[in-house]
Design a protein around this ligand. Structure first.
Ligand code: 6GU
Length: 270
């Protein structure tokens, strides 16, 4: 995969030289280029922003430096592949970036990230770019960052670790939070007793069936407690009796293959 990132703070992307993603770049699994938007300006002051039409607080990123940068990135492509590269525009006004999005984007040949700052990029850039790219404004969640750079660090890591060969043991991608629509179960290591706290006995039992069931039920418990919103999308159609009982204990009944919180159930917010 090839990734291009355009930013006025290219140094912000330095962490992508470290750890798993840095190793993937060294190993040639990921070709990642960071571009300084200011090198695509033509004025003496290398201006990238201006005041907003219609008034209001803050500044807006000028369209022409972005068009120059994105055209350069689109022109400099490996081979003559049919697919347009995907242009990801980090923004709190974007579509939500999820594990499913990460899987989808990990299949692409080329991703380009356009890091906005200030109040955002002139909207006409996104319209113009649609000619060369599949444009996808993307948000990490419902909070505001000062610019797209930190969001790009998160998205590139989430996508990059799904590329073949980047994570040493691919099994670790299967048993993690969100891989099955649930939160991950709790984990423990030695010593089995630590500061008067014991590891749950079932994990020392050697009974792999019981361990798997305990872990699954812990996933249900955690998800019900911390992210009940995720349970609305959970496929409860083919659950074993013991799993339905576990959900009943948490206040959820299965109706037509979907989980429904019992109205009289205590505890949680939902
Ligand atoms: Cl992707 N960008 C910015 N600037 N703020 C955000 C975000 C992205 N996701 C949540 N807040």
């Amino acid at each position: 995969m090839r990734i291009d990132v355009v930013s006025i703070f290219p140094e912000y992307l330095a962490p992508l030289e470290l750890s798993l993603i840095g190793k993937a770049r060294q190993d040639g699994l990921l070709q990642l280029n960071v571009h300084d938007l200011r090198t695509f300006t033509t004025d003496r002051h290398r201006t990238v922003d201006d005041t907003p039409y219609g008034g209001g607080a803050g500044m807006v990123m000028k369209p022409e430096p972005w068009a120059q940068a994105l055209a350069a990135v689109a022109a400099d492509r490996p081979g003559t592949s049919a697919a347009k590269p995907v242009l990801i525009v980090p923004s709190p006004a974007g579509e939500r970036f999820t594990q499913a999005t990460a899987h989808e984007l990990a299949e692409e040949e080329q991703l380009v990230f356009a890091c906005g700052r200030y109040e955002g990029i002139d909207e006409r850039v996104m319209e113009w770019a649609a000619e060369h790219f599949t444009v996808r404004p993307m948000s990490l969640g419902d909070y505001v960052l000062n610019g797209g750079e930190v969001a790009v660090l998160a998205m590139v890591e989430a996508i990059g670790r799904l590329l073949p060969g980047v994570v040493g043991n691919p099994d670790s991608l299967v048993e993690e939070s969100h891989s099955d629509g649930l939160l991950e179960y709790p984990v423990y290591t030695k010593p089995s007793s630590w500061r008067d706290r014991d590891v749950p006995a079932v994990l020392l039992s050697g009974n792999h069936g019981k361990i798997a069931q305990w872990r699954r039920h812990e996933q249900y418990r955690r998800t019900a407690e911390r992210r009940p919103d995720l349970l609305a999308g959970f496929d409860a159609g083919a659950l074993p009796r013991a799993d339905r009982a576990a959900f009943a204990d948490l206040g959820y009944d299965v109706v037509d293959g979907r989980l429904h919180r019992r109205p009289d159930a205590g505890g949680g917010q939902n």
